[in-house]
Design a protein around this ligand. Structure first.
Ligand code: ZN
Length: 118
């Protein structure tokens, strides 16, 4: 998955199509069954995007922890295939390529060939 925390992404499918937001958290997926159980599974990677995919969560009191309780609104993770990274240079949702010419992996925009990472 070519999405990192802090990226601006645009939702390209589903109820929130067309909306943009900043990635707050990347949720790494895990194999649930079989020999690979518990290992990383890129097919289930998800991202939490600020202000998008809000759900009403019924938060219970947890003993010993100070949390907001009752019905609270928070972001639910979106599947990584439903969002695209927005290139800061050409300001459009784009596919991401990897440039290894400098010895380090640098994410580049497929459309304008400029580095997405600063
Ligand atoms: Zn670009």
């Amino acid at each position: 998955m070519n999405i990192k925390k802090g990226d601006t992404v645009e939702v390209i499918a589903g109820n929130h199509k067309g909306l943009r937001g900043e990635v707050q958290r990347v949720v790494r997926g895990k194999y649930k069954w079989g020999r690979n159980k518990g290992q990383h599974d890129a097919n289930h990677d998800r991202v939490v995007v600020a202000g998008i995919n809000l759900i009403k969560k019924h938060q219970r009191q947890v003993s010993g922890v100070q949390t907001q309780t009752g019905i609270i609104e928070r972001e639910a993770p979106l599947h990584h295939s439903n969002v695209m990274v927005v290139c800061p240079h050409c300001d459009s949702p784009t596919r991401v390529g990897i440039d290894r010419s400098s010895g380090k992996k640098v994410r580049v925009c497929k459309a304008c060939d400029t580095a997405i990472d600063r």
